[in-house]
Design a protein around this ligand. Structure first.
Ligand code: PLP
Length: 395
């Protein structure tokens, strides 16, 4: 790759596909191009075997049974299938869903649609670190609640939710529990049994796999979760998600899960160190830099900072040699401050002046040093131009 490309620190938006993953995928484009549902010949059989091996690799990452893994096109589809699929089949039991204000749009938008269709929705607030309180979840449960959906880790601020406690509460109360684990999977340990999870969404491209493939874990025992399919057709994936399997993508996803399972523990230590080096480097040299999200209960590679008296837009433009994002990548088309930061109670100045640094597997300590210097230089420059900042520093 060209030397003059910016340093990539946007790993919460997507990750580079690991070369080992690409390598594993290649034969499924060339020699092994069979349809995994064409079991009458060798081509279909080898594709099917590869898909089943990947199903096992995905299941192993989250302590699940491979039968309970459905392949999808990504976490957006998995979230839609989980929320709308449960809503469709449990309506006679109840019509109330609980979620949180800082969820990804791929949860909030399906929930909004269900609300237009007559479902009652509780959107829980979060504390200033972005955490949902288990007591609040407990208080929100009613006899008509069928599903609680709380993400495992936030994509903007990296905050981890108390998934295990929420899962156990839901188990006690006989309510289904879904978690969007697109950011958490492969970064922190997840176990669907220990955590009382009934449905869990995954995305390959957030964990060094290819784009356009993901999975939904659907518990089939204790209890057996039923879903209304959102895609009808050839009856693939137990009739719950029709469409010809994306065999190369699924193979890559499986290998990505396997690599994360083996490397997650040491990688978490390395990334936490790099993240803290980045945070300290910036905060030691600049005043009025606020950490967004939880100081310790956060994804190893995520750092979200607000720079007082500087606009995130201006920062992004000036930081040309660093690929980062301001607010959420999915909402940067608008100039609205991030709804996640607003939910933490940040005022507009700080919400506008935020940058998300997403460190990943391919980032190095040298890159972090360069980014610290760049950020310090650019923020000093922009603040010098801002009369508000000049006045604030006189006080
Ligand atoms: C990226 C992301 C999604 C969407 O995943 P896709 O596979 O890109 O559809 C959903 N939820 C969270 C938390 C994410 O980070």
């Amino acid at each position: 790759m060209a030397e003059d490309r910016p340093i990539y620190l946007d790993n919460n938006a997507t990750t580079r596909t690991d070369p080992r993953v690409v390598e594993a995928m290649l034969p499924y484009f060339t020699e092994r191009y069979g349809n995994a549902a064409s079991l009458t010949h060798r081509f279909g059989q080898e594709a099917n075997e590869a898909v089943e091996q990947a199903r096992q690799q995905v299941a192993d990452l989250i302590g699940a049974h491979p039968r309970d893994i459905l392949f999808t096109s990504g976490a957006t589809e998995s979230n839609n299938l989980a929320l709308k699929g449960v809503a469709a089949l449990y309506r006679s039991k109840g019509d109330h869903l609980i979620t949180a204000a800082t969820e990804h749009k791929a949860v909030l938008d399906p929930v909004r649609r269900l609300s237009r269709e007559g479902f009652h929705i509780t959107i829980l607030p979060v504390d200033p670190y972005g955490r949902v309180s288990v007591e609040r979840v407990a208080q929100a449960l009613t006899p008509r609640t069928v599903l609680v959906s709380i993400m495992a880790a936030n994509n903007e601020i990296g905050t981890l939710q108390p998934i295990r406690a929420i899962g156990r509460l839901c188990k006690e109360r006989g309510v289904l529990f879904h978690t969007d684990a697109a950011q958490a999977a492969g970064k922190i340990p997840l176990d669907v049994e220990d955590m009382g999870i009934d449905l869990l969404s995954l995305s390959a491209h957030k964990m060094y796999g290819p784009k356009g493939v993901g999975a939904l874990y659907v518990r089939r025992r204790d209890p057996c979760v039923r879903l209304g399919p959102q895609m009808d057709g050839g009856g693939q994936e137990r009739g719950l998600r029709s469409g010809t399997a994306n065999v190369p993508g699924i193979v890559g996803f499986g290998v990505a899960c396997e690599l994360c399972r083996h490397e997650m523990a040491s990688e978490a230590v390395r990334l936490t160190e790099l993240r803290e080096r980045l945070r300290r480097g910036i905060q030691e040299q600049l005043e009025d830099v606020i950490l967004n999200g939880h100081p310790t209960e956060r994804l190893p590679g995520n750092l979200n900072l607000s720079f007082a008296h500087v606009k995130g837009e201006a920062l992004l433009t000036a930081l040309r040699d660093v690929a980062v994002s301001s607010g959420s990548a999915c909402t940067t088309a608008s100039l609205e401050p991030s709804y996640v930061l607003k939910a933490l109670g940040l005022d507009d100045d700080l919400a506008y002046g935020s940058i998300r640094f997403g460190l990943g597997r391919f980032n190095t300590a040298d890159e972090v040093e360069t980014v610290v210097q760049e950020v310090v230089r650019v923020v000093r420059y922009l603040r010098a131009l801002n009369p508000l900042h000049a006045m604030a520093s006189l006080q």
